[in-house]
Design a binder for this molecule. Structure first.
Ligand code: ATP
Ligand code: MN
Length: 461
């Protein structure tokens, strides 16, 4: 018999069939000559109840199972007289596959802190929280691909090793095969000519520049892959390794990009609401009671649009006491972003046209000479969830912006080339995937929405 997933069993219309179920014991309860097992196989938050009695030749084995043991059970699916479950299985055979010594198995039936669970990242997927997180993460990843594939975007894999510091978005990890204990030295520094690639190389901070290359040939592309930042900031919103979604669209200006961003967020959050109702209800109950209402709010509301200049004006006249004062020319802090979206508008807000000084060199300069065609999408509870821009497609202006930013144009010769040959208006944005999962689950710490978080002084598992 083939294994049936518990999720599929619980979705059935009626009982009666024999099924084979394999999974891990959550709890066991024994009463005289009957044993009740709660089994989970990760396919759903819900456990399946198995009833075993003395008709089993190895009833004693079943009766001594403890939390964490793995089992293979076949039996008949019947309607359950118990509360809170429609079906249960009456075991006809039960095989104990692996024991889990209750004296040492760390996941006993009680609530553990997320901090403790990080220390046992090899076992935490067996908890309700991390099972639900993994399913929501999976569903969001699928929704992201679906959204772009339905619209004819091409999935592009950007390189992880790079010789250029894309936009100076963050501190980079060096990639080298040089022997750090016996560095070849030239002019007082490590001699990169002897390194694997013959020049200094790093882990990428963004796939954007490569996405632009393909967008300027294939029109609509997106990357979705790991990016790395060696920022030594131990915050609840930063990882050293995280996944980023970066669509890039040719023949597109800023208005087209804001529409794409709005459609995109509505699509993926509607998708997760439709496909993970139980897991979201779990997060809503245990972690943040506004998770579902916030997701529904995004899915159903139309996003407000305002310029940075308007936003600064609103913030200055708000009468709020902000930790960081606001004036034209400063970057908006998370407290400002949250005020705009949560208190002032009460819906997601897209802020556009930021001062060029606080944005990257590749963003398109506006006619005022002071602002660039950038956009940030702000949502309740976290502030910025997407950052993007129309790119500078005019070579002379791009060159000037690179010089102003102190970049070496030699390193970007190919990026400039794109502006010499068949340049077109194009635009794109970046969405941090873990921040999105954080948003959809209400998990306070980004370390708990990544299967294996990498943070300063921590790369275990
Ligand atoms: P922040 O100000 O929060 O550090 P950023 O301005 O450095 O963000 P971008 O360079 O615009 O972010 O990167 C695009 C997206 O990637 C961000 O909107 C965010 O969702 C995500 N992101 C950036 N840095 C990290 C990080 N260290 N860990 C996880 N996600 C990140
Ligand atoms: Mn950053």
């Amino acid at each position: 018999m083939l294994r049936t997933k518990i999720r599929e069993i619980l979705d059935r219309d009626s009982a009666g069939d024999d099924v084979l179920v394999q999974g891990w014991v959550k709890t066991r309860r024994s009463s005289r000559n009957v044993t009740f097992l709660q089994i989970n196989d990760g396919s759903t938050l819900k456990d399946l109840q198995v009833v075993a009695d003395e008709s089993l030749s190895n009833f004693a084995d079943a009766d001594s199972l403890t939390t964490g043991c793995s089992v293979s059970i076949s039996g008949q699916l019947v309607d359950s007289p118990g509360k809170g479950q429609r079906f249960e299985i009456h075991a006809k055979s039960l095989e104990v596959m692996g024991l889990a010594d209750p004296d040492t198995y760390p996941l006993q039936k009680k609530r553990h802190t997320v901090e403790f669970l990080r220390e046992i990242a090899h076992l935490r997927p067996r908890t309700n929280t991390f099972g639900a997180m993994a399913r929501v993460r999976n569903t969001l990843a699928f929704a992201i691909h679906r959204f772009f594939q339905e619209r004819g975007f091409l999935f592009l894999q950007a390189p992880m090793i790079t010789a250029s510091d894309a936009e100076g978005a963050g501190a980079m990890f060096r990639v080298t095969t040089l022997d750090l204990d016996q560095l070849p030295i030239k002019n007082g520094a490590a001699d990169s000519a002897e390194d694997f690639f013959g020049e200094p190389t790093f882990l990428t901070v963004s796939g954007q520049l490569e996405a632009e290359i393909f967008a300027l040939a294939l029109s609509d592309v997106y990357t979705f892959g790991p990016t790395f930042r060696a920022e030594n900031s131990n915050t609840s919103r930063h990882l050293a390794e995280f996944w980023m979604v970066e669509p890039e669209v040719a023949f597109c200006e800023l208005d087209g990009l804001t529409e794409l961003a709005e459609d995109f967020l509505k699509y993926i959050f509607t998708y997760v609401l439709d496909h993970c109702p139980e897991d979201l209800a779990f997060f809503n109950q245990w972690y943040d009671e506004s998770v579902i209402s916030t997701l529904e709010g995004i899915a159903s509301s139309s996003f407000e649009r305002m310029t940075y200049t308007e936003a600064v004006d609103i913030l200055q006249r708000s009468g709020e006491k902000f930790e960081f004062p606001v004036h034209w020319g400063t970057d908006l802090q998370s407290e400002h972003e949250r005020y705009l979206t949560e208190k002032h508008i009460g819906r997601p807000v897209i802020v556009t046209d930021y001062p060029k000084e606080i944005k990257a060199f590749y963003m398109r300069l506006s006619d005022d000479g002071k602002t660039v065609r950038a956009m940030d999408v702000l949502v309740p509870r976290i502030g910025e969830i997407i950052g993007g821009s129309q790119r500078e497609e005019r070579k002379d202006i791009l060159l000037e912006r690179m010089r102003e930013s102190g970049l070496d144009e030699q390193n970007y010769w190919w990026y400039l080339d794109l502006r010499s040959y068949g340049t077109v208006p194009h635009a794109g944005f970046g969405l941090g995937f873990e921040r999105t999962v954080q948003f959809a689950t209400g998990m306070p710490n980004i370390r708990d929405v990544s299967p294996f978080p990498r943070t300063p002084k921590s790369a275990g598992f």
